[in-house]
Design a protein around this ligand. Structure first.
Ligand SMILES: [Fe+2]
Ligand SMILES: [Fe+2]
Length: 208
């Protein structure tokens, strides 16, 4: 049902340059993560399509992004309007359902919607796309390098223990939220409450 080759050919009509290379790098990172976490079949295909489409509306800026949000009738919280960088996840999720209703589904849209802020109760593939977006090899910000190192030092050691592997994934996500929140505080930016709620829920579940 989900055809990654179709979207691989489509996406250069929407993105170019660094954003296009980033998109392909996220897709390759998702393939590696799917191998590590044993994601197969339709879930894997959906994940790879979501990776190809995750930044599809990112070239729209400021006012254009808000106009698209309204044009697509996308659901959003008033809180979302205070963090312009996360809006492309909301418009992207709505756009793919409008543009390719038979080649996408609501679960794929949810993966895209969660890729910037996360949300409490994320599923495995949501976590994998969120992480791939953060650690793909072309990302060279300090926080990305820190997170990539933290994540990569562990899977080989715990690869035969799925429970430990999933806990390591959650710990990696908690660190990603800590790094992002610290950066937002440093730059005096608004922090999405979804990211705070996602971090808290993961911390509590790791402690349980
Ligand atoms: Fe994005
Ligand atoms: Fe991205």
């Amino acid at each position: 049902m989900f055809d990654a080759d179709f979207f691989k050919a489509e996406i250069p009509n929407y993105l170019s340059g660094k954003r296009l290379s980033h998109t392909f790098a996220v897709t390759e990172e998702c393939e590696r993560l799917a191998d590590i976490f044993g994601v197969e079949g339709i879930d894997r295909e959906r994940l790879l399509c979501a990776a190809l489409l995750h930044d599809i509306t990112k070239e729209k800026k400021g006012r254009e992004q808000i106009d698209l949000l309204r044009k697509l009738n996308a659901e959003y919280d008033s809180d979302d309007l205070n963090s312009p960088k996360i809006l492309h996840a909301i418009t992207g999720a709505a756009f793919i359902r409008r543009q390719w209703p038979d080649r996408t589904d609501d679960e794929m849209a949810l993966l895209i919607r969660s890729h910037t802020t996360g949300r409490p109760g994320m599923g495995l593939c949501e976590k994998l796309l969120y992480l791939a977006d953060y650690i793909e090899p072309t990302r060279d910000w300090e926080s990305c390098v820190t997170l990539r190192r933290f994540f990569k030092k562990e899977p080989a050691a715990v690869k035969n223990d799925p429970q430990k592997l999933l806990k390591h994934l959650d710990r990696t996500l908690v660190l990603s939220f800590d790094l992002t929140i610290a950066e937002l505080i440093e730059s005096g930016s608004v922090i999405s409450m979804k990211a705070v709620a996602a971090r808290n829920q993961l911390l509590i579940s790791l402690d349980a």
